[in-house]
Design a protein around this ligand. Sequence first.
Ligand code: KG4
Ligand code: ZN
Length: 341
Amino acid sequence: MLILGIETSCDETAAAVVARGPDGQGRILANVVRSQIEEHAVFGGVVPEIAARAHVELLDGIVAAALADAGVGFGDLAAVSATAGPGLIGGVIVGLMTAKAIAMTHRLPLVAVNHLEGHALTARMTDQLAFPYLLLLVSGGHTQFVAVHGLGRYERLGTTIDDALGEAFDKTAKMLGLPYPGGPAVERVARDGDPTRFDLPRPYLGRDSLDFSFSGLKTAVRQAAAAVAPLTERDVADLAASFQAAVTDVIGRKVERALERFRRATGVAEPVLVAAGGVAANKAIGAALGAAAAKVGGRVVVPPPKLCTDNGAMIAWAGAERLAAGLIDGLDAPARARWPL
Ligand code: KG4
Ligand code: ZN
């Protein structure tokens, strides 16, 4: 069963072809991602209108490239799936309308996929993971714990009350004069920095909640930077390292708490944490996740970086799982800017 997946909810224009066997095993035949980072970098962040226009220009070519890479045509597909939200609404509309046009022209079922469900199910394709497991999604737009009990059975255990973690990295980078996207830049300079030089807050750690808050930390970084300005290379490295140490602490402790709670609720002996989203590529955070999981007798699964960040394969795979369960959508499926799991 071959599925075409389309992803356009942020600044990646992506299409992929994924095969799902009768045994539930997934295989990626093509996964084409065109990042728009260069188009947005001069603005220091994603500009929704520019993103939507770029999706319009790029998507047809990306879909054609994915089919060519896979060596298949529209006629070989069992269905077409696209992100229907949540995300930047202009981009979501472009991808979903394209999928609808393909579905109509080639008489294929349409699967309208929740982008978060795409992230949540990826590890089932890459690691043949069984339900249930705990998802930590940490990207530019999302920071949440989701207990994944089964297909369509998701329980959000915690989320950020303000900035997403990736956004906090991006804003910190901007304050430190580092390029966009900020996460990789902060991680790079933090390697040479002293994480103990600036005493930054560990927000929301005291509370018995799985929610996050990063805007106070951002303010603390700004104040610390102002206090030592003008910033030398050393100051930038130390601030980046101190910031990363603060978020790593928070994430590690919350993961421990979340896995414990998840284990109590499900009775699973060795709880699995799946990390997804661009921030999951961060080595320091990855190490903290591993240590936290080990403390509670659990383990961590991190899909390959290309499948942790936004891509078409995750949407194709979620589409394949939904199709196999008989969950298809009508051509009136709406595009949604907000769509909690
Ligand atoms: O999942 P993603 O590619 O796109 C969405 O936001 O949906 O995540 C992008 C975010 C950006 O905020 C970026 O700064 C952050 O992930 N990021 C990182 C790293 N690589 C990407 N943050 C920390 N460390 C990294 N190595
Ligand atoms: Zn995403």
